[in-house]
Design a protein around this ligand. Structure first.
Ligand code: HEM
Length: 183
């Protein structure tokens, strides 16, 4: 009798296993299922996300090579002015201190006007050139000296045009002796 009971228990266990009920762990609870992994693929960000900012365009100050680049241009400009027949007498009579002040003010002025973090503490262009009776021919020679200085320092055409564009509106405040209109 005992042997028959044992054989029947064995058979019941085998039958349960055969029907796949072995998945029920001890205690009768179902075995935890693996979580389903779902991946959302999206090539667009959230709808309200701002588009990435385009890179900021470089200021003229940066494109001129910052303070170092500007200083080189100003030094070449002063050299060209003192060697130019039309304007050299204007600068030959300045004291060493005045030339140094003029140089530093020019560097600061170009630095500030081109977008650099500089302070210009000199006079405005009208007051700085008041009573000098600067002529149009002198203006043209000065602008040529500046262009040559930019060329000597291999400043590209774009930057040259931008700098000349900053200087050009100063003409009215600097030139006191206008050229006579041609007849
Ligand atoms: C390209 C345009 C010009 C610019 C950006 C310019 C800029 C300046 C600056 C920043 C100063 C110094 C002001 C101060 O220290 O308070 C100055 C002084 C002076 N500029 Fe000009 N200038 C220009 C054109 C000219 C021209 C056409 C002449 C005559 C040829 C001239 C002759 C002088 C002289 C002689 C001084 C020195 C005055 C002194 O210290 O007694 N500049 N200029």
């Amino acid at each position: 009798m005992r042997t028959r009971l044992f054989v029947s228990a064995l058979l019941t266990t085998a039958a349960l296993a055969a029907f796949g009920l072995g998945a029920f762990a001890c205690g009768g609870k179902p075995a935890p299922k693996e979580p389903m992994i779902t991946e959302t693929v999206s090539d667009a960000g959230p709808e309200d996300a701002a588009p990435p900012e385009p890179p900021k365009p470089k200021s003229l100050y940066e494109r001129l090579g910052a303070k170092e680049g500007i200083t080189k241009v100003v030094d070449a400009f002063l050299k060209n002015l003192t060697g130019n027949d039309v304007v050299k007498k204007r600068f030959a009579k300045l004291s060493k201190e005045k030339v140094e002040k003029f140089r530093n003010h020019l560097i600061d002025q170009i630095c500030k006007e081109s977008g650099g973090d500089c302070e210009y503490s000199g006079k405005n262009m009208k007051d700085a050139h008041k009573g000098m009776k600067i002529t149009e021919a002198e203006w043209n020679a000065t602008v040529s000296a500046l262009k040559a200085a930019l060329d000597e320092n291999k400043v590209a055409e774009n930057e040259m045009n931008d700098l000349i564009g900053l200087v050009a509106p100063m003409k009215d405040d600097i030139v006191e002796v206008k050229a006579k209109p041609k007849k």
